[in-house]
Design a protein around this ligand. Structure first.
Ligand SMILES: C[S@@+](CC[C@H](N)C(=O)[O-])C[C@H]1O[C@@H](n2cnc3c(N)ncnc32)[C@H](O)[C@@H]1O
Length: 203
């Protein structure tokens, strides 16, 4: 569902409603995310974001009181869902200066989130260097990330090795995200979205 902001036709609010019919019938979470009609691609919710937000929602019981950082957040749907589930949330996004803000180093992070941050192959290593740095400071933390398969030739395998990172794929059916419509949105559509959890090797 989407609504235009009164007085500003360039801002559209996209509404997502998460539910969990199997675990807690009747429990829902509705979030409204403003999108700016702007050529900058970070100003929209991407299909990957809905899938990652669904993963966050299905882990909501683990989030309360935990500190979470979303990188490459754009309009931040997964992070906003984490915050609504009780996490202390920091959002960040920068393609110009990929280093995490200095304040990030002082936090005790439990999870890092990143949806569709493996969008442009030229950024893959920057993103993984950022994650490797954050995981070195927080060895027990995990990076929850979704990516859209845009080319069979793109792979982060070699970079994971180079930066001492492990990766576990999470099948979408494990968190009921294996469908074209999710959270009341048709955004996932027919895109091939994959979910993985990245950690430090032996971490
Ligand atoms: C396809 S958009 C996804 C936005 C949002 N996460 C979503 O899924 O709706 C890719 C995002 O990655 C960010 N980005 C690109 N290079 C980055 C880097 N090196 N470090 C952090 N973020 C980066 C962009 O600014 C942009 O917001």
């Amino acid at each position: 569902m989407q609504q235009t902001e009164a007085g500003n036709p360039n801002i559209v609010h996209k509404v997502f409603t998460f539910e969990d019919e199997k675990k807690t019938p009747g429990e829902t979470l509705t979030v409204s995310i403003p999108e700016v009609l702007d050529p900058q691609y970070g100003m929209y919710v991407w299909p990957c974001a809905v899938v990652l937000a669904q993963f966050v929602w299905t882990h909501r019981e683990e989030l309360s009181g935990k500190t979470v950082l979303e990188i490459g957040a754009g309009v931040g749907l997964p992070g906003v869902v984490a915050a609504r589930c009780g996490a202390r949330l920091f959002l960040s996004d920068s393609s110009e200066n990929p280093s995490p803000p200095t304040s990030c180093c002082c936090q005790n992070w439990t999870w890092f989130l990143g949806s569709d941050v493996f969008y442009d192959p030229k950024d893959f290593e920057d993103v993984l260097v950022t994650i490797a740095f954050l995981l070195r400071k927080n060895p027990r933390a995990r990076f929850w990330t979704t990516y859209q398969v845009r080319s069979a030739d793109w792979s982060i395998e070699v970079l994971l090795q180079r930066w001492d990172l492990d990766c576990v794929p999470v099948p979408l059916d494990q968190f009921h995200a294996d469908r074209p419509e999710l959270a009341g949105s048709s955004l996932p559509g027919r895109h091939t979205v994959q979910m993985m959890i990245i950690s430090r090797k032996n971490g």
